[in-house]
Design a protein around this ligand. Structure first.
Ligand SMILES: Nc1ncnc2c1ncn2[C@@H]1O[C@H](COP(=O)(O)OP(=O)(O)OP(=O)(O)O)[C@@H](O)[C@H]1O
Ligand SMILES: [Mg+2]
Length: 275
């Protein structure tokens, strides 16, 4: 699919972390089409299909030469299956660090992260990568699309790590893009898409592997108010109709209001809040 264009394995791995959003689905793609994305064509997924997430005593510090910068201090957090959780806090408080730990992109210094029965902190790199590609979709503030690939190819990328045929991959990528309302933009390159459309493409990429968990790091941080609202509608739909567990970091109180629960992170410690 790359037509000779080089796509590094690392790029594919990174893309696997990313996810698709769900704006207003195209009329020809009801939310039920999501079932077509499931491994083996799983139908009728519900919120209870997602595993609970439980962080126990998670600590993380970064080392810069001799300097140690503590970021998270013995954080405990439980996210119920199918929950939509918002995480707010001052810049530098460790929100992205916490998301990356939950998504298995970064490693804890101490503590456990249970996703269902699995403590992902005990997995080796290969098992963690496999777990990640099956279980988590990542949505970034700046979309992280690959500029030389069109929307369909970007969404298809995570599936290159699966045994699916090229035809199946493209079919799933098309389904994911139609779910985010981009059926008519599949051959557009990121530079030919608006910010909101790029984030929809990134949401389609996050969704295409049908993960139970979506993590989003300031997904509306680079968007105007209208586009941000559409992305939030999409995420809300993924949560409500597909039962995706969503953990969203945001600085935007309007975005946080859309979540079912709000947690504040300050100086490496979590506190409850009500949106
Ligand atoms: N790779 C790294 N090496 C060293 N320090 C790091 C690294 N990544 C993050 N930090 C430090 O860890 C702290 C938490 O960073 P993090 O990115 O998690 O904050 P954040 O809450 O997401 O902030 P923002 O709202 O600005 O995105 C910061 O003080 C940051 O400088
Ligand atoms: Mg951050």
């Amino acid at each position: 699919m790359t037509n000779g264009r080089e796509v590094s394995r690392q790029g594919i791995e990174l893309a696997v972390q990313q996810d698709v959003g769900i704006g207003q689905p195209d009329s020809d793609a009801a939310p039920g089409h999501a079932a077509a994305l499931g491994p083996g064509g799983t139908v009728g997924r519900t919120a209870t299909a997602s595993p609970p997430i439980r962080l126990v005593g998670v600590s993380k510090a970064y080392r810069r030469g001799a300097q140690v910068v503590p970021v998270l201090t013995s954080v405990n957090l439980t996210v119920a299956p199918g929950e939509f959780l918002a995480l707010m806090g001052p810049s530098g408080s460790g929100k992205s660090t916490l998301l990356n730990l939950i998504a298995g992109i970064d490693r804890v210094d101490a503590g456990s992260i249970f996703v269902g029965e699995t403590d992902i902190t005990t997995l080796d790199e290969a098992d963690l990568a496999r777990w990640r590609s099956r279980s988590v979709g990542f949505i970034f503030q700046f979309y992280n699309l690959i500029p030389v690939l069109n929307a369909l190819e970007n969404v298809e990328l995570p599936l290159l790590l699966t045994p699916l045929s090229g035809r199946e991959r493209r079919e799933r990528a098309r389904t994911a893009l139609s779910m985010v309302g981009l059926s008519d933009r599949m051959d557009h390159y990121p530079g030919q898409l608006s910010g909101g459309q790029q984030q929809r493409t990134a949401i389609a990429r996050a969704l295409v592997g049908d993960p139970d968990i979506l993590v989003a790091d300031e997904p509306t941080g680079d968007l105007d108010r209208v586009s941000a609202g559409e992305i939030l509608d999409l995420m809300d739909g993924l949560n409500r109709t597909m039962g995706k567990t969503i953990i969203m970091v945001t600085h935007d109180p309007r975005a946080a209001e859309r979540a079912g629960r709000l947690q504040l992170l300050e100086k490496g410690e979590l506190a409850d809040a009500h949106p």
